[in-house]
Design a protein around this ligand. Structure first.
Ligand code: FES
Length: 292
C-alpha cells in the first residue's frame, strides 16, 4: 500500500509547503506540522520598536480620557473595548504600552487584555497608515470582483501582502470580512467608512486621492478622517464632522422592505407572554400567579 503524500495534501494551493517544516521528509516518515501564526496574519504586538511605555505627559492625558470612558460603565472592565480604541488612537496600533495601560485601568492582566484584543480584527497589531483601506473579499464581494480589486490595489500601491503600508505612510491595505453591506458589493472600507459598488479603477482613484492629500468622501457619510482620529471616535469621543451620523439607509438596503409592503406582509404580533425586549429576563417576567 502506498503512503499518501501528506506533505503535499496538507500544503496550500499549488502544493506550497514552506510553512509545514516537512520539506526534507523521506517517504514513509511522519509529517510534523509547525503551528504558528497564519502566513498572512498581522504581526505580533511585541514587535521591534513598539512602544513599551508612555511618557508622563501622555500617560496623564490618556488617564484623563480613560476616566471619561470608564465612567460610562458600571464596571471598569466593561470599558475595555473603547479603551483599546483609545490607545490605538495614540499609537496607530496596539503596542505593549497600550496593552499595559488598558490592563492597569481595568484591573486585568496584560495577557487577559491581549486575549480580548486579538479576538477582534479592528484592533491592529502592526503600524497603520493614515488610511486603512480594507477590501471585502468575503464570498459575495469576492464573486462580484473584490479579489480583483484587492490584487489590483496591491499591485498599484506596490505592496506585498495584507497589512502592508505604503512608504509614505498614507495607506495600509488589507482584506476585510463581510461588513454587512453585501447589497453594495463589492465594498471597500477606508477607516471603516463605506465605498460602495467598487471597481479596480474606482478603488485606485480613491487611494490616489488619499495619497495626494485630497479630501475624500465615502459613498455614505462624512469626509474621511485619519485612522487615529477615527479610532478616537470609536473610543466614544464626539465625532466633530457635521452630518457624520445622519445618512439614511440606501435604496438597495430598503428593497426587501418594499417587497414586503407590496405583498401586504407584516411581522407577526408579539405573543402576550413572549419577552418584548432584551431587557426582559426570567427575573423580571411575570410569574404564572401574576399573570392570572
Ligand atoms: S460580502 Fe462584502 S459586505 Fe458582505
Amino acid at each position: 500500500m502506498s503512503t499518501p503524500d501528506l506533505t503535499r495534501s496538507a500544503a496550500g494551493p499549488g502544493g506550497d509547503d514552506r510553512h509545514l517544516g516537512a520539506v526534507d521528509r523521506r517517504p514513509g516518515e511522519p509529517v510534523h506540522l509547525e503551528f504558528g501564526r497564519k502566513p498572512d496574519e498581522p504581526g505580533e504586538v511585541l514587535r521591534p520598536g513598539a512602544r513599551r511605555e508612555y511618557p508622563p505627559e501622555v500617560l496623564e492625558r490618556l488617564r484623563s480620557d480613560a476616566d471619561q470612558i470608564v465612567a460610562r460603565y458600571p464596571q471598569a472592565r466593561s470599558a475595555l473595548l473603547p479603551l483599546l480604541h483609545l490607545v490605538q488612537a495614540e499609537d496607530g496600533y496596539l503596542t505593549p504600552a497600550g496593552i499595559e495601560f488598558c490592563a492597569v485601568v481595568v484591573d486585568l492582566s496584560p495577557a487577559e487584555v491581549m486575549a480580548v484584543a486579538t479576538f477582534y480584527s479592528m484592533y491592529r497589531r502592526t503600524p497603520t497608515g493614515d488610511y486603512l483601506v480594507g477590501v471585502c473579499t468575503n464570498t459575495l464581494c469576492a464573486v462580484m470582483g473584490g479579489d480583483q480589486i484587492y490584487a489590483d490595489l496591491a499591485d498599484h500601491l506596490g505592496l506585498d501582502g495584507p497589512g502592508d503600508t505604503t512608504a509614505d505612510g498614507r495607506v495600509t491595505l488589507e482584506r476585510v470580512e463581510c461588513n454587512a453591506a453585501c447589497d453594495y458589493a463589492p465594498v471597500m472600507m477606508v477607516n471603516w467608512e463605506f465605498f460602495d459598488n467598487q471597481t479596480p479603477q474606482k478603488a485606485r482613484e480613491v487611494v490616489d486621492a488619499l495619497r495626494a492629500g485630497h479630501t475624500v468622501t465615502p459613498t455614505r457619510g462624512a469626509p474621511l478622517q485619519k485612522f487615529r482620529d477615527t479610532s478616537r471616535i470609536l473610543a466614544g469621543f464626539p465625532d466633530p464632522r457635521p452630518d457624520a451620523n445622519d445618512t439614511p439607509p440606501g435604496d438597495p438596503t430598503l428593497a426587501g422592505l418594499r417587497v414586503a409592503r407590496s405583498h401586504g406582509m407584516h411581522a407577526p404580533a408579539p405573543s402576550a407572554t413572549a419577552p418584548t425586549s432584551s431587557t426582559d429576563s426570567p427575573d423580571t417576567a411575570p410569574t404564572p400567579d401574576e399573570e392570572t
